[in-house]
Design a protein around this ligand. Structure first.
Ligand SMILES: O=C(O)/C=C/C(=O)CC(=O)CC(=O)O
Ligand SMILES: [Ca+2]
Ligand SMILES: [Mg+2]
Length: 428
């Protein structure tokens, strides 16, 4: 018997598509000019505001019912893990066979095909970590050949403060940014023009639930109480702009023009069966400092999530081709865990707030085929990659569409598919 194989009465919900009763990701949809929160099951949305109106959430505090009637998840995120657990239990019961919502299905369920999905959170902070050692090493070899892996890497979960205002929902097009650049090793004057080295970065982002008060760090043991869910994130990067601007203060305009996220947030509770031990530290690697070390985190602080990048181009779409696979990896190989990111981020007293995004950084594996960005795949544009339809790419061209996908698949457990994160490049 497959664990967690509870069935749902919702039409099509029990097919192995990754959006079954075991998943129930949160999102927000627009229909008839109104934005509402929902959870997804199969190709249907369970409207949370309608659940409140029809009395399905009567057992909850008015503040939780109110949070479910908002147009973003921020209030629900602030409500904390007990409220999330209780809500997930009630929504699961409503949707399971013999669930009492069945009689009210017409009022509660909306077909996915009839709505526009919008960003379900209003992120006020976006931090981007650098948790893949393989990514750090390969980018280091290209940007800093004398010193590829900086000596702090295995002690400090390195990150930069990203830009929250330009976080956009999957499907929103991304305009090629203009920027200042100067070719490497040339003492010429910089120019200001559209980026000629536009790239994607395959990442996961953890969504902060309840925050912490300024001055009060979150211990690594408590970190998971502050994480609500996970989503796919594309940290679009203009590599020419980045290479010229990033020293000494780090990425700025090379990355702040857009960051796409999936419209679906998978609750951490849905991923419990996919927790695994973090990638083993290599012999000789330093032990993290005590504030970054926790037994439970060392045993199952990482997530077995298969991730994939696909590309479609104007030509491939005209030929009727499906998006073409570019690379494939797994988040379980990251050097730093989500709990270590939370503990480190708040270790100086910095406050996290509901809806903040803590992104993993580019997820790259040891082989080049699992590199999560073109910078690595093409060695900074020096070698273009061949696409299955015969086209080549060193960097993204106008009309290209990048799709990030992620699957949790494990013998004996029901599949979970994270919501896709798509972005289409439009001209500068
Ligand atoms: O190594 C560098 O100088 C820059 C690296 C990045 O561009 C990556 C960054 O955004 C963090 C990450 O995605 O891992
Ligand atoms: Ca990044
Ligand atoms: Mg970005």
């Amino acid at each position: 018997m497959t664990k967690g194989s509870m069935l749902s009465w919702v039409d099509g919900a029990n097919e192995p598509h990754g959006f079954g009763l075991n998943h129930l990701p949160y999102g927000a949809f627009r229909k008839d000019d109104v934005t509402r929160l929902c959870v997804r099951i199969g190709d249907w949305l369970l409207d949370l505001e309608a659940c409140v109106r029809h009395g399905l959430l009567e057992g909850f505090a008015p503040s939780v019912r109110d949070a479910c009637s908002q147009s973003t998840l921020n209030d629900l995120l602030a409500a904390g893990p007990e409220a999330w657990q209780a809500l997930r239990a009630v929504l699961t019961a409503c949707l399971s066979d013999d669930g009492y919502a069945r009689t009210a299905a017409d009022w509660l369920l909306v077909p996915l095909s009839e709505v526009e999905l919008v960003l379900p959170i209003d992120p006020r902070g976006y931090t981007d970590f650098y948790a893949s050692l393989h990514h750090a090493r390969r980018v280091g070899e290209l940007f800093r050949p004398d010193n590829p892996l900086l000596p702090n890497y295995k002690h400090v979960p390195i990150a930069y403060n990203g830009r929250a205002s330009s976080v956009i929902a999957s499907g929103t097009s991304v305009r090629r940014p203009w920027g200042q650049r100067r070719p490497a090793n040339q003492e010429t004057q910089p120019t200001f023009e559209p980026s000629a080295a536009l790239d994607y970065e395959l990442e996961l982002a953890f969504v902060v639930g309840q925050g912490n008060a300024l001055g009060e760090p979150i211990s690594i043991a408590n970190a998971h109480e502050h994480l609500f869910g996970v989503t796919l994130l594309n940290d679009w990067s203009a590599r020419d702009v980045q290479a010229w601007e990033y020293q000494p203060l780090g990425p700025f305009l090379g990355k702040s023009f857009a960051t796409s996220v999936s419209p679906w947030i998978t609750p951490m509770a849905a991923l419990e069966s996919f927790r695994v031990a973090p990638a083993a530290r290599a012999q000789g690697d330093p032990q993290p400092l005590p504030y970054l070390l926790d037994d439970a985190d060392q045993q199952h602080g990482a997530f077995d999530i298969q991730v994939e990048v696909l590309l479609s181009t104007e030509a491939s779409r005209a030929a009727g081709l499906a998006p073409m696979p570019v690379s494939r990896g797994n988040a379980r190989g990251l050097y730093w865990t989500a709990a270590q990111m939370v503990a480190h981020h708040t270790s100086n007293g910095c406050n996290l707030r509901p809806g903040d995004l803590l992104a993993t950084g580019t997820i790259s594996g040891p082989e080049r085929a699992s590199a999560g960005c073109l910078l690595e795949l093409t060695r900074n544009g020096a070698e273009s990659i061949a696409l299955p339809n015969g086209e080549h790419r060193a960097w993204l061209q106008d009309g290209d569409e990048v799709s990030l996908r992620a699957l949790c698949r494990r013998e004996g457990f029901l599949l979970i598919e994270l919501g896709e994160c798509v972005g289409h490049i439009s001209e500068a």
